[in-house]
Design a protein around this ligand. Structure first.
Ligand SMILES: [Zn+2]
Length: 151
């Protein structure tokens, strides 16, 4: 018998829901969630729409646009809710942006971004499957960019 586990509500912060099962720890890595953050994690919860899902609730933390964009690379089906006083007050469906700035490290070791202190910029040419082009070395990378950056 499998029952949905309820993850406790948080007073204020961010809830990232509908993360593909097993990807929650990648999201934690990406967001640099550390020992001092108060988080609640649910994995393999049943979801009426998507079968199984992971959920993470982060107390007292709001995500920047860059952070939301980076989450989109590992969990494009995720939704982000901002919680105020135990109530969701804003819900956003995340989407891979057209430009990824300062999120990824270029996998091309000879790329100038790996030797000079410049912010990486990738233009997203296709989202499914992912295809992105480094604006500095013009190399194109696919889904493997995630692995190269230990996403
Ligand atoms: Zn590059």
């Amino acid at each position: 018998m499998i029952k949905e586990l309820k993850v406790d509500a948080i007073k204020c912060g961010t809830v990232i829901d509908h993360i593909p099962p097993g990807k929650v720890f990648k999201v934690i890595d990406l967001l640099g969630i550390g020992e001092n953050d108060q988080v609640m994690i649910g994995t393999n919860l049943s979801s009426p729409k998507h079968g199984r899902k992971d959920v993470i609730k982060i107390e007292n933390r709001y995500l920047s646009v860059e952070e939301i964009n980076s989450v989109s690379l590992v969990a494009r089906s995720a939704t982000i809710s901002i919680i105020e006083d135990f109530k969701p007050c804003k819900k956003t469906k995340i989407e891979i942006p057209d430009v990824l700035k300062g999120i990824l490290v270029c996998p091309n070791r000879h790329c100038v971004t790996n030797s000079e202190p410049v912010v990486t910029v990738f233009d997203v040419e296709a989202k499914d499957p992912l295809s992105i082009r480094c604006r500095y070395c013009e190399r194109v990378f696919g889904e493997e960019i995630g692995k190269a950056n230990s996403l």
